[in-house]
Design a protein around this ligand. Sequence first.
Ligand code: E4P
Length: 215
Amino acid sequence: MKIFIDTANIEMIKEINSWGILDGVTTNPSLIAKERTDLKTCVTEISKIVDGPISAEAISLDAEGMIKEGRELSGIHQNINVKLPMCIESLKATKVLSAEGIDVNMTLIFSPHQALLAAKAGARFVSPFVGRLDDIGQIGSDLLSQIVTVFRNYDTETEVIAASIRHPVHVLEAATIGADIATIPYDILKKMVSHPKTDEGIRLFLADHEKSKKK
Ligand code: E4P
């Protein structure tokens, strides 16, 4: 499973990239606003750090505007794809942009039907929001599982990004189900590294090493 980071924070991206595990980055307007930056400056900066897909979200609600934004954003760097919110207008825009070789990440996916349509229109990625479904008492991992199954049935090239990840169990579910990608917030990536028994083991080995030096 490929690992993307879900943030617009440059320092966090640099740090996780330095671990050697980072395959790409997703941003959204909320993440951009949190960093008090603007989308173009932010994704330009990210493209200098990460060698992999970078999602930049369009804010237009009509196909014409989405296409214009998509062309502009993808023109910044070859790795930048345009994130479009799932709707009829974005399906139209996806058809045009994908025919031009511009990758689309269809976001705010909450049903397998939406994912199927996005893939048919030519989206390179679909982003089902696992955590936001859990938030309302539905099972986000079931959605992920349905989409992965449907895409496998037809050898669909569109990649499934498990999004709205809230804890390490979501990552495990995504990997078990066979999602192509999980886009993971910084604090959850940090949690994935640690285990109390690892920390304890390191402490014990070092203590024994100190003891053996004194002999
Ligand atoms: C993914 O592309 C989205 O930006 C993100 O995962 C949304 O996560 P949230 O539901 O925690 O805001």
